[in-house]
Design a protein around this ligand. Structure first.
Ligand SMILES: *Cc1c(COP(=O)(O)O)cnc(C)c1O
Length: 379
């Protein structure tokens, strides 16, 4: 009997209750559950040590309740006039565009690079020649890091602010330029997970200060400010990371190095199997260093081969997903209020991209069943 047990697309890699217990006890004894408590502050200090490595200048960071709320706070902290145009890629998760709309701005949907599947500084530069825009929100799509030095040069040359949606890029997006703001997600499905949560990291300390203030309703907590503590300095929201989430994050951080090594090894193992099964006709995202992969996405040789693979996987109980699809430029909730630019490369990627099962603990037999499905789907 062939093995037909289901193979999930993704299994969150979260700390066990036992690993959480010491942190939960600390929280319980301190009786503080949110509002930048001791666990959040400890988590932020640990993150700061990680991000300052390799950074050419001082790094500032703050935690938030999700990457989406972090992006919204960063965008509002830029203080752009209402209905400013923000360049975003057509190939991304919906939140990149909803953030722009919720801030009262207009998404300009640009194409991505054919090889890296990213909205690059080069594309932004070319777009600017024909279509003006006021800010850019490039995306570290599928966890591939954005080139910070390239964006630094873009920002210096044009004066246009850049804020990177690096939600899926914890562990791969480095702070390696003198200018740069990135927002990272701690959602359960990402490689480093706290259940829900986010991090805003920037070389701009004042921007981070405003985001932190904005994540706490906009209330001034600075004794040195020229207004009383407790008065409203800006119109913010509640986007604080709770102590519960910081407890999970701290526990996850303890084993991060081994977890990420497991992910990397599994990724390259899977990729070798799939390349062989796909007779070396599969296409992978260039410029993705796969430092901390959370997904396995590949382009099949044709749309027909992808459809066959989806049918085979459905019959075999193997999870698949068309990540980041439908494209933003096909969803009316977005297109009714955005500027559409031609996006042939995004459409090309979307036509045959498929996400296949990938999670720590995936057994060799499960990996082989996925590879066998790919082999059967080939033309
Ligand atoms: C996961 C993801 C988000 C959303 O992150 P949350 O922390 O769940 O808000 C946004 N953008 C991209 C590109 C993502 O992959």
């Amino acid at each position: 009997m062939p093995d037909r047990s289901p193979i999930p697309l993704l299994v969150p890699d979260m700390p066990s209750p036992d690993a959480l217990a010491p942190y939960l006890w600390r929280m319980h004894e301190a009786r503080q559950y949110s509002n930048f408590g001791p666990l959040v502050r400890e988590f932020e200090a640990r993150l700061w040590e990680m991000f300052r490595q390799g950074a050419p200048g001082p790094v500032a960071l703050t935690t938030v309740s999700s990457a989406t709320s972090g992006l919204e706070l960063v965008l509002s902290a830029l203080d752009l006039p209402p209905r400013s145009r923000v360049l975003v890629p057509a190939l991304t998760f919906v939140a990149t565009a909803t953030v722009v709309l919720r801030c009262g701005h207009v998404p300009v949907l640009a194409d991505v690079d054919a090889d890296s599947w990213l909205l690059t500084p080069e594309i932004a530069r070319q777009t600017l020649a024909t279509t003006p825009f006021d800010a850019v929100m490039p995306v570290a799509a599928f966890g591939a890091p954005q080139p910070l030095t390239g964006w630094e040069a873009f920002q210096q040359r044009t004066g246009i602010p850049v804020a990177i949606d690096a939600a899926p890029a914890f562990g791969s997006q480095a702070m390696d330029a003198r200018l740069g703001t990135v927002v990272i997600s701690l959602h359960a499905t990402k490689s480093f997970a706290a259940g829900e949560g986010g991090i805003v990291v920037s070389m701009d300390a004042e921007l981070v200060r405003r985001v932190r203030e904005g994540s706490n309703f906009g209330i001034n907590l600075d004794l040195a400010a020229d207004m009383p503590v407790g008065s409203l300095a800006s119109v913010g929201t509640n986007a604080k990371l709770s102590e519960y989430h910081a407890a999970v994050a701290l526990a996850a951080l303890e084993t991060w190095e081994t977890r990420v090594a497991t992910r990397r090894a599994l990724y390259w193992d899977m990729r070798a199997r799939l390349d062989e099964a796909g007779r070396h006709q599969l296409r992978w995202q260039a410029a993705n260093d796969q430092c901390a992969p959370s997904l396995l996405c590949v382009r099949m040789p044709s749309a027909a081969a992808r459809s066959r693979l989806e049918q085979i996987c459905a019959a075999e109980g193997i999870g698949t997903r068309r990540w980041y699809q439908p494209l933003l430029n096909t969803m009316s909730a977005i297109t009714s209020q955005c500027v559409l630019l031609p996006a042939p490369c995004s459409a090309g990627v979307a036509a045959d991209l498929i996400g296949l099962p990938f999670y720590p603990g995936m057994a060799a037999e499960q990996q082989q069943r996925v590879a066998d499905a790919v082999q059967r789907a080939m033309d």
